[in-house]
Design a protein around this ligand. Structure first.
Ligand SMILES: Cc1cc2nc3c(=O)[nH]c(=O)nc-3n(C[C@H](O)[C@H](O)[C@H](O)COP(=O)(O)OP(=O)(O)OC[C@H]3O[C@@H](n4cnc5c(N)ncnc54)[C@H](O)[C@@H]3O)c2cc1C
Length: 392
């Protein structure tokens, strides 16, 4: 009886064929886990550093399904309330060096992918303040000169932030008393960004295998073994982990909490749509225009514990809050219909600084991108690639 069971187990475990090993998995210099913006940027950077390197990306999804294909496409580096909040428990140096990294990351992304491919538009960003945010608005308004000086030295714009209350009626917002404009904030087409990054990586000879779910990483002296959910045990010389909010099962490095973010998009609006990127309720909600529609997301603070999950999904409480926001604040005078909704998973922790480090002789990590990973992702990927490259 037991013999039969063994034979059966061997039959259903899908062993790799000789051909698969020879042509897909042999002589790989670096394996990257995850094909989000970080994994792709790292792979591209490795090929730039040495075109002969053999680089493979192992991605569990049929698409890179984490945050990079599911975000809101804000090309942002920090709204005033968020930065003021960060300054409460972090030094000016820490807060503004992160702003600088986001800005530099955006410049890298724009150079690599191209503004036309990204559909990059610098339409400006706005932060909305309700009556109950009055104190918060006043704190921001009082600090505008200080922030503008800091930002001028980083991005070379004299007056990045300014109070823009006159625009409230142009936008037609309801229940909003103040606006702060950020003239250097832009927006991109997230799908086009990822499609182009994939194309660039493939054109440089990066192998990308989809449907490979790494369930365990065994870090050895001379090689790293990656166990997959298909029962394969893949062995590589060097590995870069770029799995962001999903990293906890693979590595034990710093605090990495998965944080789900829910999004919805309207059908095209009949009246003229607003233009720009918008932050509401200290950045917990965000919305923008895209092809005559509104894309709106956030609300994680309404069910914090429930949303600290690596599972995709939408919930009634958050979707209803998003719809209420559309009805009462964003489009109070317009009819709209919801076309679809989705979710994505962020990686957050005790600080907003991403974790980019060597964790052993053969493994490095570039994870925990937080809410501004479109901006910082290219830089984090490159830093991860450079760590690995030094070890080869
Ligand atoms: C709804 C939402 C809105 C956002 N809006 C913005 C915004 O407007 N502007 C901005 O700058 N940032 C935004 N972000 C954040 C930004 O999208 C992320 O910080 C960034 O995309 C993270 O990139 P990444 O490559 O580190 O991670 P991901 O894009 O999550 O990539 C990780 C990849 O690893 C794969 N993976 C995970 N585990 C495994 C495994 N075990 N084996 C194999 N593969 C695995 C996943 O499938 C995934 O493709 C938003 C995020 C979300 C969720």
């Amino acid at each position: 009886m037991s013999n039969h069971l063994v034979i059966f187990a061997e039959t259903i475990s899908m062993n790799l064929s000789y051909w698969e090993k020879e042509s897909f998995l042999k002589n790989i210099d670096v394996a990257i886990i995850g094909s989000g913006i970080v994994g792709l940027s790292a792979a591209i950077r490795l090929k730039e550093l040495s075109p002969k390197l053999s680089v493979i990306i192992l991605e569990r999804g049929s698409l890179p399904i984490g945050a990079s294909t599911r975000n809101a496409g804000f090309a942002c580096f920090g709204s005033m309330t968020e930065l003021l909040d960060d300054l409460k428990d972090q030094s000016e140096d820490v807060v503004f060096s992160l702003v600088e990294k986001r800005w530099k990351g955006l410049l890298k992304l724009r150079k690599r992918v191209g503004d036309a491919n990204l559909k990059y538009q610098e339409l400006g960003g706005f932060e909305l303040f309700r009556k109950e945010d009055g104190l918060n608005f006043q704190q921001c308004a009082d600090q505008i000169d200080f922030f503008n000086k800091k930002l001028d030295s980083i991005i070379g714009h004299k007056e990045v932030y300014k109070v823009a209350d006159n625009n409230i009626s142009n936008f037609g917002f309801g229940k909003i008393e103040h606006l702060i404009h950020n003239q250097a904030e832009g927006q991109i087409h997230t799908g086009e960004m990822m499609k182009t990054l994939l194309e660039i990586a493939q054109a440089k000879g990066v192998k990308i295998l989809n449907g490979i779910f790494i369930k365990k990483l065994n870090d050895g002296e001379n090689r790293v073994e990656l166990e997959t959910t298909d029962g394969w045990n893949l062995k590589f010389k060097k590995v870069l982990v770029a799995t962001n909010g999903f990293s906890k099962t693979l590595i034990n490095q710093g605090e990495i909490v998965p944080a789900r973010n829910q999004v919805l998009i309207t059908k095209p609006l009949q009246n003229k749509s607003i233009q720009g990127t918008f932050h509401y309720d200290k950045g917990y909600f965000y919305f923008r225009n895209i092809n005559g529609r509104i894309l709106l997301g956030g609300g994680r603070n309404l069910a914090k514990e429930q949303e600290e999950t690596p599972e995709f999904g939408t919930t009634e409480i958050i979707q209803n809050a998003l719809i209420d926001l559309l009805k009462n604040v964003i489009l109070p005078n317009q009819k709209f219909e919801i076309e679809s909704n989705w979710s994505g998973i962020l990686g957050i922790g005790d600080t907003k600084k991403p974790i980019v480090q060597n964790i052993s002789k053969n493994v490095s990590v570039a994870v925990r991108l937080g809410g501004m990973g479109v901006a910082i992702g290219s830089l984090v990927g490159e830093e991860g690639a450079e760590l690995i490259f030094k070890k080869i």
